[in-house]
Design a protein around this ligand. Structure first.
Ligand code: NAD
Length: 253
């Protein structure tokens, strides 16, 4: 049987750790050729993919720097020989400490928006011309369940993901005529390596998130990639502008 994503060339941002690493591994396991990009070069992820017999390259890039994003996409095209899909996963989340909005200063809002919102937009801008010339493509944005639920004490983060939710829908309309499908995956609270290193998040969010789920267990990075792979697959060729919540049945659309 042919692998579902055989020879698809996919760029995954934030691939060095956590959810992005899990996505890169799964897409490669399903046959995709993966360019893993991250502010810390994702060499380890690439080594794991190659060790499993897959194809991957590592690219260093800060998604909040448009010139680095352009170089990242050029590097992906040069190394993989094309680009069929983009997964916008890089984001600031696991380092955040929940607190009242009055205590979050504008500088922190700006940095978060530069990465979580403008970074996604820059990556989409950089891949769109190539996908258009190529007759189409797939973009999957890693959003979050928080804008659906209105989670308190992370107002900048929730707002940034709400912006990406809106961007996913509007871009689906703008890019649909070019056969570029844009969808989102919204994970619940996930025990990524970054989150495991944040005792405040663990204390405040782990139990409450687990208890709110229909499937009442911890969520791990490996719970997310299946939904991303689906949006990249032939079976999703008539789905766009949608965001799939992957959280063990906590929020229902
Ligand atoms: N962990 C969760 O509970 C959770 C829940 C919902 C959504 N998310 C989203 O999933 C994504 C990954 O989350 P995670 O918990 O694995 O995060 P993480 O912090 O563990 O990993 C994020 C990755 O992005 C990279 N990165 C950060 N800033 C970057 C930049 N400017 N340019 C390029 N790479 C950059 C980091 O180096 C890291 O490898 C994020 O977009 C996050 O908002 C996480």
């Amino acid at each position: 049987m042919t692998a579902p994503l055989a020879d698809k060339k996919v760029l995954v941002t934030g691939a060095a750790s956590g959810i992005g690493r899990a996505i890169a591994l799964e897409l490669a396991a399903q046959g995709a050729h993966v360019a893993g990009a991250d502010i810390q070069r994702p060499e380890q992820t690439v080594r794991e993919i190659r060790a499993a017999g897959g194809t991957a390259v590592a690219i260093g890039a800060d998604v909040s720097r448009p010139e680095q994003v352009k170089a990242m996409v050029a590097g992906c095209l040069a190394e993989l020989g094309g680009l069929d899909g983009l997964v916008n996963n890089a984001g600031i989340y696991s380092s955040l400490v929940p607190r009242p909005f009055e205590q979050i200063d504008l500088e922190e809002w700006r940095r978060l928006f530069e990465v979580n919102v403008f970074g996604v937009m820059s990556c989409c801008q950089a891949v769109a011309p190539h996908m258009k010339a190529n007759g189409g493509g797939r973009i999957v944005n890693i959003i979050s369940g928080t804008p659906f639920k209105g989670i308190p004490f992370m107002l900048h983060y929730v707002s940034s993901k709400g912006a990406v939710l809106g961007m996913t829908r509007s871009l689906a309309r703008e890019l649909g005529p070019s056969n570029i499908l844009v969808n989102g995956v919204a994970p619940g609270f996930t025990l990524s390596e970054g989150v495991m290193g944040n005792p405040v998040q663990l204390e405040k969010l782990r139990e409450v998130s687990r208890d709110a789920r229909s499937v009442a267990r911890d969520m791990v990075p490996g719970d997310v990639p299946g939904a991303v792979a689906f949006f990249m697959s032939a079976g999703a060729s008539f789905i766009t502008g949608q965001t799939l919540v992957v959280d063990g049945g906590s929020h229902f659309n």
